[in-house]
Each structure stands twice: as structure tokens, then as C-alpha cells.
Design a protein around this ligand. Sequence first.
Ligand code: ZN
Length: 100
Amino acid sequence: MPNMLFMGGDEMAISRPVERAVIREVDKYLAGHGELCACEQCRNDIIALTLQNLPPRYSTTREGEVWINLELQLPQLKMDVWKAILKAADRVTKNPRHYA
Ligand SMILES: [Zn+2]
């Protein structure tokens, strides 16, 4: 069951600009929170979980649907990303996989 938490990251079909924004914000978050482990494993898990935690409106699953108004939506995106990062970081901190 615990491993289920980390599955599905690749099937999310989150739009690329959103994915890049998530990676940037996760790195910023980790840089500002020295108490969190920022090893490759934990960083990747937090990124994957953050993408999973994002609202469905950031996905590009429907054919031809692309997130073109990204710049306009940035404040909302940032808020959603930060909420998702908090959840993801909390979960990874409680279930770190880095010593496997
Ligand atoms: Zn770690």
C-alpha cells in the first residue's frame, strides 16, 4: 500500500510549462526548508506527488487542449502549486524512501 502513494506520476499529462513551474517551486521550497531532506530521491518524490496533487485543470489529457493562458493564471498556479508542495513534502517527510 505505501508504494501506491508514489505511483502514477508519469500518467498525469500535466502540461509542460506547469511541470517546469512545479520543479522550480519545489527546488525553491527545499532551499528554504533546510530541515527537509533534499536528496535526489526525496526531491523526485515531492515533485511527482506535487504533480499528482494539482487540480485537474492543469492537465492536458484532452486532445488538443493546451494551457495557453499560463501567464495570466500564474498567481493561481503558484498558490495551487504551493498547496500541493506542502502536502507532498509532508507525505515524503513521513515516508522517506531514500535509504532503500
Ligand atoms: Zn532523502
